[in-house]
Design a protein around this ligand. Structure first.
Ligand code: PLP
Length: 361
């Protein structure tokens, strides 16, 4: 709050107000660095996960000669779109397939798959299914082939351990609002030797990597959220997964398909579909009952197309259009999970009865 109300200093100013802002930014940088186990100089603040992902592709392509760019078939559009735009600059584009459970096939990973100085980007956890991807294993192979490995860890941060060194990546994108921080702030975490050109140029902020007067309040909020996420990390799984499991066992009783159920997933995410029930309709009806859930990917929920992630998992279009995603947190309770199951069951019955009446009429 002080940075939204009283502390108006610009961190680039030499006076007292400015230096208080600079000290606050540095403290936030340290907290975020601690959450992903890096040195604070490796944290480059951006306007969010979208910018961090675009910065990786734009900044690397500005430095390197065109080579190969490899992404998985389930990446967020802020990875897949900048990656595919590199084709216009002479880069070749290759896609890694996923299994029916939404996990990258490790059988597709070999040293000869990746080119020297190629860019490889694989998300740590998927935003729709929560399925955790084998980033560490892929990074090891990419390094052997002389490529550069990036991971979009926006969904994974705060839910599972995200350790930059342990993952073996060269760059990692994170965003504050996925860990209860402010919207509009994120970071690209970079290897100290990453050959990346500044993506947004200007007054040389963020060690020249990302110019523009820092959004002090957002950065401070991100720092506080990071500190809290780190404090709660050990108990996150044991607090949240029983709630998710309760929801899923209730959903199974009404014939729902749970996507990615057989593989390792984030503890807080469930993505399901009930045959013949449209996801958008279910979301609107649940909203009336006070449940805030999303159909398909939240970032593109205005778009009623079948989700690219579920299509990559070979899910039929009709089941895919029924997809609903529930994201939980430690603030949710088992009682809410029970009420959610009852609400879905009632809405499903009502919608099926209405459809039966319409057909008989
Ligand atoms: N990457 C993933 C996996 C996401 O789920 C999102 C947004 O939900 C983003 C990137 C974009 O992050 P931001 O909203 O901070 O731009």
């Amino acid at each position: 709050m002080p940075f939204l109300t009283e502390e108006f200093g610009n961190a680039s100013s030499r006076h007292e107000y400015g230096s208080r802002a600079r000290i606050a930014i540095n403290a936030a940088r340290e907290r975020i660095a601690a959450l992903v186990s890096v040195d604070p100089v490796q944290v480059i603040f951006t306007s969010g996960g979208t910018e961090a992902n675009n910065m990786f592709f734009g900044g690397m392509a500005a430095y390197l000669r065109p080579s190969q760019v490899v992404i998985s078939g389930i990446e967020h559009p802020c990875v897949s779109v900048p990656a595919s735009k590199l084709v216009r600059q002479g880069w070749s584009l290759d896609n890694l397939n996923v299994t029916e459970d939404g996990e990258i096939r490790l059988t597709e990973i070999s040293v000869d798959r990746f080119h020297l100085n190629g860019l490889v980007s694989v998300m740590l956890a998927n935003n729709e299914t929560g399925v955790i991807q084998p980033v560490r294993e892929i990074a090891r192979v990419v390094r052997k082939s002389g490529g550069w490995m990036h991971s979009d860890a926006v969904q994974a941060l705060g839910k599972i351990k995200v350790d930059f060194e342990e993952l073996g990546v060269h760059a990692l994108s994170i965003s504050a609002h996925k860990i209860n921080g402010p919207k509009g702030i994120g970071a690209l975490i970079i290897d100290k030797k990453l050959p990346i050109e500044p993506f947004i140029n200007g007054g040389g902020h963020e060690r020249g990597y990302r110019s523009g007067t820092e959004s002090v309040a957002s950065i401070v909020g991100f720092g506080v959220a990071a500190e809290e996420a780190q404090r709660n990390l050990d108990r996150y799984q044991s607090q949240v997964s029983p709630i998710r499991d309760k929801i899923e066992s209730d959903l199974a009783l009404i014939g729902a398909t749970i996507f990615g159920k057989n593989v390792e997933r984030l503890p807080n995410t469930t993505c399901f579909s009930i045959p013949d029930i449209h996801g958008e309709t279910l979301v609107m009806e649940l909203n009336k009952g006070g449940f805030a859930v999303a159909s398909g990917a939240a970032c593109s929920s205005h778009n009623a197309k079948a989700s690219a992630t579920l299509s990559a998992m070979n899910v039929s279009e009709s089941l895919s259009l029924g997809a609903v995603r529930v994201s939980l947190g430690p603030h949710n309770s088992l009682d809410e999970a029970s009420r959610f199951g009852i609400a879905v069951s009632q809405i499903t019955d009502d919608l099926k009865n209405m459809a039966a009446v319409a057909i008989s009429a």
